[in-house]
Ligand binder design. Structure first.
Ligand SMILES: *Cc1c(COP(=O)(O)O)cnc(C)c1O
Length: 364
């Protein structure tokens, strides 16, 4: 069955779709931002218009996450990956150690990067033993006493798992929240540092946002490349060098969109509903499978397989005709992945569920 509509739903993992109302405002303001006669892309990052955009977006992310005054919020560039280097460099001195929980591809990358510069960092959990379907209880792990921080990826974009709880640890907990920041309510005070690349739930790629407990911004013994030094960025109000100005503007529009709909408690309810529609459809079927145990299931990235993988390419081909883009799974995992971030409307998920049923009817 072909769907006669020009509305395409984009299930890509990232860069991912942005909210339609946000794209609309960006389009309206594109050539002439609020009678400035300029596009935001053309403005000086030191001028009044941009300063106001930057200030407003920082105020709004603080509101959304209810970030205490004891935390600094900065915009950085280089995406989430730059933070894989920034984190150990800002938090460790030579020969010091930190504990990494390896629940997926991204935490492994962060660990490998830290290890290049700080060979004493250790892994405290290896998800490989469960094909990355397990998420540990952080309080059960044995964290070496001298660890300066514990590191996790809150939501595993590729394997479709997530931590559902974040206990207060005695050392700073550092979390890569690239694929689930702003998707659920959060107690920021459980963390030392939260960071996220923007391209999944915030805005365009290249930008990242870091929320850092202020006491962690202290002097280091060794030098850090200036662009990776959180203290330098914080002191300059995220304007040490030219930041990704347009991406910050877009992020600001996304924050306003979230606030208008009632903040994180509202979007969390919608996200729970969207995810349960997809998981229910998968659980009811003998034709599809998901290997992630109920308790660990991501509500942002739903990873599933067709029982008969010979049908994978047929599934992808037909889903595209149905107006559903980006369902092919990550290359090393295979199968399918539906990324249903904040911007994915309920309607897109309903279309996906109806396609799942329709495809099964015809090919089971
Ligand atoms: C996508 C992703 C990254 C990589 O982000 P870049 O901005 O490309 O560096 C890192 N961590 C997680 C959890 C991701 O989902």
């Amino acid at each position: 069955m072909e769907v006669s509509t020009n509305q395409i739903f984009n299930f890509n993992a990232g860069p991912a779709m942005l909210p339609a109302p946000v794209m609309q405002i960006a389009q309206e303001e594109f050539l002439n931002y609020r009678n400035s006669g300029m596009s935001v892309m053309e403005m000086s990052h030191r001028g009044g218009y941009f300063q106001e955009i930057l200030d407003r977006s920082l105020i709004n992310i603080r509101k959304l996450l209810n970030i205490p005054d004891s935390y600094e919020v900065i915009f950085c560039s280089g995406g989430a990956t730059a933070q894989f280097t920034s984190i150990p460099m800002n938090l460790l001195d030579e020969n010091e150690t930190a504990a990494y929980s390896l629940t997926g591809v991204w935490s492994n990358k962060a660990y490998q990067e830290a290890k290049r510069f700080y060979p004493n960092v250790v892994s405290i959990f290896d998800g490989k033993l469960s094909n990355f379907s397990e998420i540990p209880e952080l309080t059960d792990l044995s964290i070496p006493k001298n660890s300066k921080y514990a590191y996790i990826t809150s939501n595993n974009t590729i394997y479709g798992t997530r931590y559902s709880r974040f206990p207060k640890l005695s050392i700073p907990l550092i979390a890569d929240m690239t694929s689930d920041i702003l998707s659920r309510e959060l107690d920021v005070s459980s963390f030392g540092v939260i960071f996220a690349g923007a391209q999944k739930n915030i805005g365009p790629s290249g930008l990242s946002i870091c929320i850092i407990r202020k006491d962690l911004l202290h002097e280091r013994k060794s030098a850090i490349p200036v662009i990776l030094d959180w203290r330098v960025t914080a002191k300059a109000g995220s304007l040490y060098n030219t930041p990704p100005t347009y991406s910050i503007y877009m992020a600001g529009l996304v924050f306003e969109w979230l606030l208008e709909m009632g903040g994180l408690s509202s979007i969390e309810k919608i996200n729970e509903k969207k995810a349960s529609l997809v998981y229910n459809a998968l659980d009811e079927s003998e034709f599809y499978r998901t290997f992630v145990p109920q308790a660990n299931r991501s509500i942002m990235n739903v990873v599933f397989h067709l029982k008969d993988s010979n049908l994978d390419s047929k599934f992808v081909e037909e889903s595209e005709k149905y107006g559903l883009i980006g369902l092919k799974g990550y290359r090393d995992v295979g199968g399918m992945r539906a990324s249903i971030y904040n911007a994915m409307p309920l309607e897109g998920v309903e279309r996906l569920v109806s396609f799942l049923k329709d495809f099964e009817k015809r090919w089971a």
